[in-house]
Design a protein around this ligand. Sequence first.
Ligand code: PLP
Length: 395
Amino acid sequence: MKFDPASNIQDLLHFGEFGDVNPSITDSATYTFMEAKTMVDTFHGEQEGCFLYSRHWNPSNKYLADSLAAMEGTESAWVTASGMGAITSTLLQLCNAGDHIVSSITTYGGTFAFLANYLKKFNIEVSFVDITRLEEVEKAIRPNTRLVYTESMTNPLLQISDLPGLAKIADKHHIPLVVDNTFTPMMIAPAKLGAHIVLYSLTKFVNGKNDCVAGAICASHEFIASLADVNTGSAMLLGPVLDPLRSSGIHKNLHTLHIRMKQHSHNAMYLAGKFEEAGLRTIYPGLSSHPQHELMKSQMHPDFGFGGMIAIDLETSDKASVLMEKMQLAGVGYLAVSLGYFKTLFSNSGKSTSSEVPEEVQKEMGLSEGLIRFSVGLDHDVQRTWEKIRECLVV
Ligand code: PLP
């Protein structure tokens, strides 16, 4: 049977303590025990179903984490206060000082900065590779390599990672493939394609309301338990815990994600076609001109389309600025970073979400200074949206 993330979420039965159809929000930092021994056992990770302290585990967060594990088909999950909280906790859990990472050169700018700058503190080296070239990935692996890192659809160039191909390399070298699936929830299920750890910024499509930041790590029981270990777990010890009030909101929004992804994809497919027809260099995995179009088709769930992200190239950042300002005034959406919102958002990646990437590296990875990244919204009438954009394109 085909893996169906939306039905997996629909089948969840989570009730509140009075039969509430939405689980109760656990508004407590600490939890009482009837017997002292149960507390001791819980500290040692030997007591299932007991809660100790909300930085360790919280029932509201557990509902959200269990739902995300169901969506991804992983044994377990953990939720964090931001996507960066998920990424940094995972990398610090997997690596010790002196280790090495192989990563896609194209990743979210914050991830790039953490890999390139912050991990230097621990003498952890990172080899950045073109993730679409599997031979380059394999060649970069060293005896002290601890993981391969990529994004299913990379930010902002929208390259598609060959997840089965990368998983094969990772398995051969007995290291995990860690995949940020922020751009492609529902559409791509990395764990089903061989990834060992799946990361999210829930801030984006999963929550979809732009009202909070949050993240998630979906993985094996063993890895999630290691993150929560009271002596050595990076999630427990660094403390990037999600507020349960927020997790309950995200949990409710998760139940409409499948409908939203279809509409984001429908609108983006239409606009990408129009941009291309208008003669602009357009990057969208749903276009046959996209270098990994066929690969995307082989990895995606067809019900959810090619996603809500498009990149167009205006060649210079000045031209990009003019178009973005015009589009905002015309009501196309907002000139803002981030993505996965019900309104269209657009930004000039090189000067915003990838500005942490040095200019020469931007050039090396093929990131044009005029690249505008769109997160296409849930507009009911996308033809009307295109008419507005078309007028803004007239110089
Ligand atoms: N991963 C990707 C692909 C992103 O685009 C972002 C943020 O833009 C993050 C991770 C970081 O997430 P957060 O802002 O929730 O920390």
